[in-house]
Each structure stands twice: as structure tokens, then as C-alpha cells.
Design a protein around this ligand. Structure first.
Ligand code: GLN
Length: 469
């Protein structure tokens, strides 16, 4: 059974179709692998074998999927990597989970993450350490580090992650997975614990591009519970991969992404090689400029904390999760429950967010950041009037060591290449590109396409995957 775990969704479905395995066999194979390897990797927080086996018996052709710990699955814990939600059990399924169940998937376990998805290494989880399966002394990236470690370490067939400023793409790059951040509105956020509501998206983290297309097709679409999801029909992403080619594709290289200091030389080399391979496969390489890139980071660290400070106000010790035993009155109940329940990074974001929204500062910070966000978005509109897709590094470095980045600002810089496309609301993906010399760590490259151009994005990714294999 162990070789089963090398498979992805398409491979697992092939076994099911041929009658060589049932969903029950797949769940058992995952359970066995988790029992053997999770103590070391720490990808899963909980594995619901009993629940998964029950669903497998009802749907013998389904494939188990690991779920990031902020997406609600009825009857399962949903702790968001936080002490404040310890013991909380979801009363309902998120729309993406309903969609998964309706499309032949089984949610089988909860995977670790930075607390409330704030972070780039999963070290902000209050619930345990997750290690990079390619080098256990290193981080898996974050915030969807548990998802990436589970996929990259063959502890699942595929996983769901979420991305607000890079949290699907950067860990995918660190753990040799494909990670797709869909366009804002492509996938419902109903039942997904909100971090920054104007940025959050759920997306697939998979072993290859074909699986990403299959899983995105299962997740995407209109949901009356999320007003940002348009009613247009969802294209058949898996079918769109047919005949994918780079011939004649105009690939833009944003100069600002290659001029940045702090770009690891091995990441640079692997990205340059990806460009050369695309060119050899017939892509036309076009230099482009995204002139507002240098402001994107500052804009994100105003808008995301602002929205987070509002979203996280609900965790007050009254309705959900941890309630302080030390409280004497309502005010101290709020203060003490939050002080005891939230970790330092979440507190930092709430304080920053509250500050930038406070009266007298709103226009100077939040209002201005929204204006600059529009300029960042216009850069992308302008670039996509000239090219089909952009090719960039995904993260400035390969996976770093656990404990290596102590200063929050250095940690924030991990998302330099992923934040601008999040602000613009366009779609983007990380695709495995190669391994560093010496340290032998995986590195992904990022492809970016315009809003709701996932078919085009996935075709480009698939064609690159083929020429890179
Ligand atoms: N690392 C970024 C942050 O800490 C992005 C996180 C995410 O995309 N959820 O905010």
C-alpha cells in the first residue's frame, strides 16, 4: 500500500476506476502513512480515520484530502492553529467542503498552519511544529505549511490551503508542490475562518498541475453565501490542459522582481533556467514593469492587519473557544481571554490593524493604502495588455531553518513576490522548478495570469511542468 501514497488525485482515481482500490483502501493507506511519518513531519494536527472511513463506505470512488485547520468541516476541530480555538468543533461544512464531498473527495484530517494564517513558516502555530519533509531541520513555509508538508511528504494525495498574501504558493515552493491561488472570488470563502476578507482565497495544493486543475474545478463556483463569487459557469480546468503548450505564449518578466536584493542566487539560477526552458519551448519572453511593486508590502501590512483586527474581534471569550478563568467582569473577560488565547504575531497584527483604522489615522493609512492598492492592480492590468502570463521567482529563498528568522520584518519579506498579485486579485501558481545545489532543497517558480484566467494559468503551468520534467 505504501507506493499508493506516491500518487496524486489522478493516480488514485485511476486505481479506483480500475477497481484496484476502494476509497476505504485509500483512507487506510493515508492512515498508515500518517502513523509512520506524522510524528516526524507534524503535518497533521488530527487525523479523522473513523469519519473518513464512514464517508469512504458511502462513496467508494472518493479520494481523501487533507484540510487546512481554518476550513470548517462539520464535526471536526477547527482551531486555526490557535489556542483560542482549542476544543472548538465545527457545526457545519464550509462551502468548499460541501463541494469536495459532492465531487468525490473526503476530508480526512486537519493540517497545521500559522495561527490564523499569519506567518510564512508555520512556526506561529500554537499547536505544534511542522517540519519540511525534504529537510527536517527546515520549515515547510507558511501559512499553509501543514498542507505543503503533507503533500510534499506523501502524507496525503492532495490538500487544501488558503492564500492571503502567499500562503499557498510559498509553502508549495518550499515543499515541491503545485499551489494555486485562485483569483479573488473564484472560490467561496463561506465557512473559511476570515483573516483578511478582501484577499483570502482557498486553493489546491497538489503533486502536479493536472491534480491542481481537477481540485480547483471541484472547489470553484458561485455560492450564494459569498457575494464575491460570480455566477458565471466554471470552465472545465482539467479539460483545458489538453494540448497545453508554450508555443507563442507571451511570458512577461517583471523587472522589479529580478532586481530585488536578497534574492538567493540558487533561486535566481533556477528561475533563469525556467525562463530559458520556456523560451526553448516556444514562449516569447517579454520584459515588463510593475512599477508599484515596491509599495505592495507596505500596503499589504496595512490592509491585511486592518481587516484581521475587525475579523478577529469575534474571538472574545463569549461565543467561541477559550474563556479566561481569571475574569472578574465583562471587560476583563474580553481582555484576559484574548491575552491568553492569541499568540504574539496575531496580537501584533491586531494592534497594527486597530491603529491604522483608528479615527484620525484612517485616511493617512488605510485610505491611502487602498489607493495605492489600485495602482498595484493597474500595473497588472497594464502588463496583461501586453503578455499572457508573468513568470517570477515564488519566494526569495528556499526553505530556511526552524528558528532562523526571528525578526518579524524579515519573515514578512518572504512574501515579496506573492503579495502584489494577491492585492491585485489575479490568479497565480507556484510550480516545482528544481533543487538547490548543495542543500538539495526544492524551489518553485511563480506564474501569474489575469483575474479569472485560471484556464490559461493552468495551461501555462502544465506546459512548463512538461518541459521541466
Ligand atoms: N505571510 C503572509 C502573512 O503573514 C501571508 C499569509 C497568508 O497568505 N495567509 O500575512
Amino acid at each position: 500500500m505504501s507506493e499508493i501514497m506516491g500518487l496524486g488525485i489522478a493516480g488514485a482515481r485511476e486505481l479506483l476506476a480500475k477497481g484496484e482500490a476502494t476509497a476505504t483502501d485509500l483512507v487506510k493507506a493515508v492512515a498508515k502513512r500518517v502513523a509512520e511519518r506524522n510524528a516526524e513531519v507534524g503535518a497533521y494536527l488530527t487525523f479523522d480515520e473513523e469519519g473518513a472511513l464512514k464517508l469512504a463506505a458511502e462513496n467508494p470512488k472518493a479520494v481523501p484530502i487533507a484540510i487546512k485547520d481554518l476550513i470548517n468541516v462539520e464535526g471536526q476541530p477547527c482551531t486555526c492553529g490557535s489556542k483560542i480555538l482549542e476544543g472548538y468543533v465545527s457545526p457545519y461544512d464550509a462551502t468548499v467542503v460541501k463541494n469536495l464531498k459532492a465531487n468525490g473527495f473526503i476530508p480526512c484530517g486537519r493540517v497545521n498552519m500559522d495561527e490564523f494564517a499569519m506567518g510564512s513558516s508555520t512556526e506561529n502555530s500554537a499547536l505544534g511544529v511542522t517540519r519540511n519533509p525534504y529537510d527536517l531541520t527546515r520549515v515547510p513555509g507558511g501559512s499553509s505549511g501543514g498542507s505543503a508538508a503533507a503533500v510534499g511528504g506523501n502524507l496525503c494525495f492532495a490538500a487544501l490551503g488558503t492564500d492571503t498574501g502567499g500562503s499557498i504558493r510559498q509553502p508549495a515552493s518550499f515543499c515541491n508542490c503545485v499551489g494555486v491561488k485562485p483569483s479573488y472570488g473564484r472560490v467561496s470563502r463561506y465557512g473559511v475562518t476570515a483573516f483578511a476578507s478582501s484577499l483570502d482565497q482557498v486553493g489546491p495544493m497538489t503533486k502536479d498541475v493536472t491534480d491542481a486543475a481537477i481540485l480547483l474545478g471541484a472547489l470553484a463556483g458561485h455560492d450564494e453565501m459569498d457575494g464575491t463569487t460570480p455566477e458565471d459557469p466554471v470552465p472545465d480546468y482539467a479539460a483545458a490542459l489538453e494540448g497545453a503548450s508554450l508555443k507563442g505564449v507571451k511570458l512577461g518578466l517583471p523587472k522589479e522582481y529580478f532586481e530585488i536584493s536578497g534574492l538567493d542566487p540558487e533561486v535566481r539560477r533556477i528561475t533563469d533556467e525556467a525562463v530559458a526552458k520556456c523560451q526553448a519551448a516556444g514562449a516569447e519572453i517579454v520584459p515588463v514593469s510593475l512599477p508599484h511593486t515596491e509599495y505592495a508590502m507596505a500596503v499589504y501590512y496595512i490592509i491585511a492587519p486592518a481587516e484581521a483586527s475587525a475579523n478577529l474581534a469575534r474571538f472574545d471569550g463569549v461565543r467561541y473557544g477559550h474563556r479566561s478563568a481569571q475574569a472578574k467582569d465583562v471587560y476583563s473577560l474580553y481582555v484576559k481571554s484574548r491575552a491568553e488565547g492569541f499568540g504574539p504575531e496575531v496580537k501584533r497584527r491586531i494592534i497594527m490593524g486597530t491603529y491604522v483604522l483608528s479615527s484620525g489615522y484612517y485616511d493617512a493609512y488605510y485610505g491611502r493604502a487602498q489607493k495605492v492598492r489600485t495602482l498595484v492592480k493597474r500595473d497588472f492590468d497594464e502588463a496583461f495588455s501586453k503578455v499572457d502570463a508573468l513568470l517570477t521567482p515564488c519566494a526569495p529563498t528556499p526553505a530556511f531553518r526552524l528558528g532562523e528568522l526571528q525578526d518579524p520584518l524579515t519573515m514578512y519579506l518572504n512574501d515579496l513576490f506573492t503579495i502584489p498579485s494577491s492585492l491585485a486579485g489575479v490568479c497565480a501558481a507556484s510550480v516545482p522548478a528544481g533543487f538547490t545545489r548543495g542543500t538539495n532543497l526544492p524551489v518553485g517558480v511563480q506564474f501569474i495570469c489575469g483575474g479569472f484566467e485560471e484556464s490559461k494559468l493552468l495551461r501555462v503551468c502544465k506546459a512548463y511542468e512538461e518541459v521541466n520534467s
